[in-house]
Ligand binder design. Structure first.
Ligand code: GLN
Length: 204
């Protein structure tokens, strides 16, 4: 593994908003690289699972023989951050998935896919995130999941604060695993990525 000063963070680059993730991580002082093969996964200190379409990402991860290696990195304690579809990939249990939809798992939570419904397909809201100082975070949701329920070891970092979905959990952490329903890589606010890069440093 590489130096704790500039950790290497791999972005799972099968589908989704990979370039934006690479940019956000670079801004936070990480060396950010795309990961498409098991051997590339071995070279990184931490992993980001980007937003996109979780059914497609899961299928491609199986095809590229990345599912088990990803589960192993999670089990071995590597820091992993999942955004939107990536949050779905980190969930131990999902609702409204397609039949047989697999996840990597790791976070003891039940996540509902496309939970906000059609009318509110995409929306933006300010959300207070535990562990992130300053202004509430400008959260961008795109056909986002929410966290339906969490186990005892999961820390809820943020929930929707207004409107019909008020109270729904949208940011969680379980030890070395971090997940958000929203897309911080799209806003130019690097505070969630900075938090994650710190988690990677602690682990590497
Ligand atoms: N709806 C997508 C899914 O089920 C997630 C959307 C996103 O990542 N922006 O995977």
């Amino acid at each position: 593994m590489v130096s704790a000063v500039s950790p290497v963070v791999g972005v799972l680059a099968l589908q989704g908003d990979v370039a934006e993730q690479l940019r956000a991580l670079t801004r936070c002082g990480a060396r950010a690289v795309p990961v498409r093969r098991p051997a590339e996964l071995d070279e990184v200190d931490g992993v980001v699972l980007p937003g996109g379409e979780s059914t497609t990402i899961a299928k491609l991860a199986a095809t590229f023989e990345l599912m088990e290696p990803l589960r192993k990195r999670v089990a071995d304690g590597a820091a992993v951050y999942g955004s939107c579809a990536g949050m779905i990939m980190l969930a131990d249990r999902i609702l409204d998935g397609v039949p047989g939809q697999e996840t990597i798992g790791g976070i003891d939570m039940t996540v509902r896919r496309n939970a906000f419904g059609r009318q509110v397909d995409s929306f933006e809201e300010r959300i207070h995130i535990a562990g992130i100082a300053g202004e509430p975070f400008h959260a961008v949701f795109i056909r986002a999941p929410w966290v339906e329920s969490v186990g005892e070891s999961v820390e809820v970092l943020g929930s929707v604060e207004a409107g019909p979905a008020a109270g729904r959990i949208v940011a969680v952490r379980q030890g070395h695993l971090l997940a958000t329903s929203f897309h911080p890589e799209l806003t130019g606010d690097a505070r969630v990525h900075a938090l994650f890069v710190e988690m990677v440093k602690e682990r590497s």
